[in-house]
Design a protein around this ligand. Structure first.
Ligand code: AR6
Length: 176
């Protein structure tokens, strides 16, 4: 059994997944937006925004959990990815901390399954390959320690993003 058996790629809409927690690639207001954030708020219904209003926003790199309301997921973990500014504004460390903190929040709730979108790779323009590398490094490091998390889904809307993850996973599993 490899640590990679706990990681699964999935193409589709993250809001449809029946998992304990889905992660939202939010902005620091936590009051909604476009992309996956908009889809999650539409799927969860207005009660999600009402709970988000009580949270007082979220700094980049951190994560805060809410209920999932009308979503199949029980919880939404909202994290704020860095806006890509060329790579010298601490973007890599901030993106890594998004994955780490989201997993930590989900594990605190006792989640066993969690699904991530490709944080920061849409509107925030983080290069997909680098983002996939960071995502996998942090997820593997987290899974290597004991926690409630048994399965991590990496969810991509488009085939191109899925292929990026597939290559990144293959480059790792070929050598283990
Ligand atoms: N399911 C899975 N993945 C999705 C979905 C979905 N329903 N919708 C989009 N994606 P983005 P960011 C993918 O732009 O770059 C928002 O306005 C998308 O193809 O949603 O972190 C927030 O409020 C891409 O690969 O998030 C912020 O202001 C990935 O999700 C800002 O965008 C992330 O794209 C955050 O930008």
């Amino acid at each position: 059994m490899s640590i990679y058996d706990h990681i699964e790629l999935h193409q589709g809409d993250i809001t449809r997944l029946e998992v304990d927690a889905i992660v939202n690639a939010a902005n620091s207001s936590l009051l909604g937006g476009g992309g996956v954030d908009g889809a999650i708020h539409r799927g969860a219904g207005p009660q999600l925004l009402a709970e988000c209003r009580t949270l007082g926003g979220c700094p980049t790199g951190e994560a805060k959990a809410t209920g999932g309301y009308d979503l199949p997921a029980r919880w939404v973990v909202h994290t704020v990815g860095p806006i890509w500014k060329g790579g010298h504004k601490n973007e890599a460390a901030l993106l890594a901390s998004c994955y780490r903190n989201s997993l930590t929040r989900a594990a605190e709730l006792g989640a066993t399954t969690i699904a991530f979108p490709a944080i920061s790779t849409g509107v925030y323009r983080y290069p997909k390959e680098d983002a996939a590398n960071i995502a996998l490094t942090e997820i593997v490091a987290f899974l290597e320690r004991p926690s409630s998390i048994a399965k991590v889904y990496l969810v991509c809307f488009d085939a191109e993003s899925l292929e990026v993850y597939r290559k990144e996973l293959a480059s790792r599993t070929d050598t283990t």
